[in-house]
Ligand binder design. Structure first.
Ligand code: URA
Length: 189
């Protein structure tokens, strides 16, 4: 699959490959969520997988997690439209469950090629699924949140997923603190 995806020379072409290869896995009435944002985006945000709202619209982070994400971006002076937003999975896991390893194995190559084609200046990973899929299956979000790592040769900031923050006030405060620290980094460059 990796070799095949190398043939996609643009994000548009990659989206076509994605439809061809993952489209058959999409439940009737749902859409693939490839990711969205300008191809010139310097920041790429990576979440877990589309939820119900995202699978309905075909856009990432448009449900309650997305609303919190948009608010956090706004609070640090960024507009959602400046950022490329994507997920580890392009398909909605049934019943909103966590992605299975087999799904991550099948769909991750699309995200990896998406990063190569977008060439962002930095990545922001939201939550344990993104962290574990891209760094190490045993990595702990509680340990690494708020920290910078290097993934795919890019500076990569790790924080909680907005859905976790919506369930837990302590994580919500930590997420806001992490976004403030991200703002500090962006302003210092
Ligand atoms: N949660 C995610 O991880 N991604 C989305 O697009 C929506 C909710």
């Amino acid at each position: 699959m990796d070799d095949l995806l190398k043939k996609a020379a643009t994000l548009h072409e990659l989206a076509q490959y994605c439809n061809r290869y993952l489209g058959p896995n999409v439940v009737k009435g749902e859409k693939l969520v490839f990711g969205e944002g300008p191809s010139s985006a310097k920041i790429m945000i990576i979440g877990e997988a589309p939820g119900v709202q995202e699978a309905k619209t075909g856009q990432p982070f448009v449900g309650s997690s997305g609303q919190l994400l948009t608010k956090l971006l706004h609070q640090i002076g960024l507009k959602r439209e400046q950022i490329y937003i994507s997920n580890i999975l392009k398909t909605h896991p049934p019943g909103n469950r966590k992605p299975h390893r087999s799904e991550i194995k099948r769909e991750l190559p699309f995200l990896l090629r998406q990063i190569e084609l977008l060439q962002p200046q930095l990545l922001v990973l939201l939550g344990a699924t993104a962290l574990q899929a891209l760094l190490d299956p045993n990595a702990k979000i509680t340990k690494l949140r708020g920290q910078w790592l290097e993934i795919k040769n890019l500076p990569t900031f790790v924080t909680y997923h907005p859905a976790a923050a919506l369930r837990d006030e302590t994580k919500k405060a930590a997420l806001a603190q992490d976004f403030a620290s991200l703002q500090g980094y962006l302003e210092s460059r």
